[in-house]
Design a protein around this ligand. Structure first.
Ligand SMILES: [Zn+2]
Ligand SMILES: [Zn+2]
Length: 300
């Protein structure tokens, strides 16, 4: 009887190994099939006519449009025409940015975080559709180009918002870094922009920001990021890049940490942005909404 035990035990890993290899073969066969034969569009489910590494149809890609209309010169949110008063320097500042000092100099985004653009970002982030980074990078390049005239130094450090290492390991890549790398290929001044993914680190995982008040969001982010090489940031101009700007808490916390490390300027560029004001105004049917004020950053 004592012999039976180990023989059963030794058989288990063997059968488990068979199961794994079958799964692997099936997975490889499926991915080979999807390369050789076009599948359906992952956004609208229409059959794809051409073989492409990105399983999204041309119609869905064409529908993704850049943000049009008047946006805040600081945070990039949509500004209603009644607020679209340009100040003496020609800047258009939204009601929130008039009251709150942002830790970054300016944030720009390519498109609104909804519809096909939201789907495309989710395909990259949650479904591991890596070729989506190329298309998203081209969009990010356009939003970076909008900042071009503002850059002052000969070189600008491009820093992707980092993921916590556990999450990065699980996902296999940092989408912000992949999109940034793709964007730099499209930019004529790519030589001026120096990608640096080793400067800003996420030292703590953070909970989902959904449903939190602005105060809770800041508490959630506090201490989540550190600058590993402060001397390389001191006096430098930094371009922080991410896939999405939602509440701005992540970008603000990264910018705050970079400024504390001595960054001269922090610009923010994202592929997408939630258009908060527009939806709030539309939902409320009002022309003015009271916003939860974030306390201005203490001087120094
Ligand atoms: Zn489609
Ligand atoms: Zn603003």
């Amino acid at each position: 009887m004592a012999v039976a035990g180990p023989s059963i035990v030794s058989r288990k890993p063997f059968s488990a190994a068979i199961g794994t290899s079958q799964a692997w073969i099936r997975g490889a066969a499926e991915s080979l099939f999807s390369v050789l034969f076009p599948s359906d569009c992952r956004i609208c489910a229409a059959p794809l006519l051409n073989i492409s590494r990105l399983p999204v149809c041309p119609d869905c890609l064409e529908k993704i449009q850049a943000i049009r209309g008047k946006v805040c010169s600081v945070c990039g949110d949509r500004v209603l025409s009644s607020y679209a008063i340009d100040d003496a320097s020609g800047l258009r500042i939204c009601p929130v940015c008039r009251r709150v000092e942002r830790p970054f100099d300016r944030a720009v985004a390519y498109g609104s975080y909804d519809g096909g653009l939201r789907e495309l970002i989710h395909l990259l982030k949650f479904n591991g559709v890596r070729p989506a980074a190329g298309v998203l990078g081209r969009m990010l390049a356009e939003s970076i180009a909008a900042l071009d005239a503002s850059f002052e130094q000969a070189t600008v450090l491009v820093i992707p918002v980092p993921l916590f290492k556990g999450k990065r390991h699980q996902r296999g890549f940092n989408q912000a870094e992949s999109i940034a790398r793709a964007a730099l290929k499209y930019l004529a001044q790519g030589g001026r922009l120096k990608p640096r993914a080793d400067i800003l680190l996420r030292t703590r995982d953070t909970h989902s920001q959904i449903g939190l008040t602005s105060h809770q969001r800041r508490e959630n982010m506090r201490g989540a990021f550190t600058v590993a090489r402060a001397t390389e940031v001191t006096g430098r101009e930094v371009l922080l890049v991410d896939d999405v700007y939602t509440t701005g808490t992540t970008a603000s916390e990264c910018a705050r940490v970079l400024r504390r490390a001595g960054a001269a300027k922090v610009w923010v560029a994202t592929v997408a942005r939630t258009m908060k004001l527009a939806s709030k105004y539309a939902d409320a049917g009002m022309d003015e909404v009271e916003f939860e004020a974030e306390p201005a950053r203490a001087a120094g």
